[in-house]
Design a protein around this ligand. Structure first.
Ligand code: SF4
Ligand code: SF4
Length: 71
């Protein structure tokens, strides 16, 4: 949930695949939200969901591939 993100970058720092980055896009609270570079490289470890203090990031698993989304 982009609106829940407070731009703390914990997910960016802890992703073992280094897939997440801070964007120029801001939410209604003025925080820069994060996005993913290449979802095909996500290993579905859920580290990003565990470190996010705002529950703003969710891992979505489809078939044999793991993917991640920020809604
Ligand atoms: S689930 Fe994917 S995006 Fe999240 S920390 Fe793990 S590898 Fe990175
Ligand atoms: S998604 Fe969560 S951990 Fe990542 S920057 Fe936003 S608030 Fe922080």
């Amino acid at each position: 949930m982009k609106e829940w993100c407070k731009g703390c970058r914990f997910c960016v720092e802890f992703c073992p695949q280094h897939l997440l980055y801070e964007t120029d896009e801001t939410n209604s609270r003025g925080y820069h939200v994060v996005a993913m570079t290449d979802s095909s490289k996500c290993i579905g470890c859920e580290m990003c969901t565990m470190v996010c203090p705002e529950f703003a990031i969710h891992v979505i698993t489809t078939g044999e591939e793991a993917g991640q989304g920020i809604k």
